[in-house]
Design a protein around this ligand. Structure first.
Ligand code: COA
Length: 171
């Protein structure tokens, strides 16, 4: 885990993370469709829940949906598949909060590394992840769909999780 991970400059606090339920999917799917040119479908979320992926919503004081994340457990690692914060409440520390909870979950489960892919053009998300301690470690060619039938490369990013004070180096 990066030394700069814990803390951060934001005083805002959401009510908290809840396990994503089928009942939450109406709001999740609307937010997803408002954010991405190639959004996950309702079926993608249903499949993730059915597969037992770690999926949380982040809700405000009145229950309003602020964001969500979905992560898949691997052998001693986790893969962050989706993290989304509603546009009006970005840069208030909510992604930091969700990824912080994922790091705690990884530590509890013995997962030593958190992985993700991000579009090469998504510089804001890459800056966020770098700020949270992730390092860019590679690329996947043509990983994402793009307009007019084209494909876009993914940047692969990785965060080492400290367990008993030790962070495994990348092989
Ligand atoms: C990427 C995203 C999840 C970040 O969520 P967020 O709640 O705004 O992020 P946070 O407020 O927790 O920011 C975490 C850190 O990243 C920094 N950061 C956030 N947005 C940034 C930006 N656009 N540019 C530079 N740094 C940024 C913050 O300053 C913060 O650092 P600090 O706490 O040390 O000041 C959000 O912008 C989003 O949902 N984007 C659209 C969907 C998307 O691209 N998801 C990722 C797909 S791979």
């Amino acid at each position: 885990m990066s030394a700069n991970f814990i803390g951060g400059s934001h005083a805002f606090a959401a009510e908290g993370l809840r396990p994503m339920t089928a009942a939450a999917l109406d709001g999740v799917v609307v937010l997803e469709a408002s954010v991405y040119a190639f959004p996950w479908s309702r079926g993608n979320f249903i499949d993730s829940l059915a597969a037992g992926y770690t999926a949380w919503t982040l809700n405000g004081a009145f229950g309003e949906l602020l964001g969500y994340c979905v992560a898949m457990h691997g052998v001693a690692e986790m893969h962050l598949l989706n993290i989304t914060v509603a546009a009006p409440v970005r840069q208030r520390g909510y992604a930091r909060q969700m990824i912080g909870e994922l790091v705690t979950f990884c530590q509890r489960e013995g997962a030593r590394r958190l992985w993700l892919e991000v579009r090469e053009s998504n510089l804001e998300a890459q800056a966020t992840y770098a700020r949270l301690g992730f390092a860019a470690v590679g690329k996947r060619k043509g990983y994402y769909p793009a307009p007019e039938g084209r494909r876009e490369d993914a940047v692969v990013m990785s965060l080492g999780i400290a367990i008993d004070g030790v962070v495994d180096a990348l092989d």
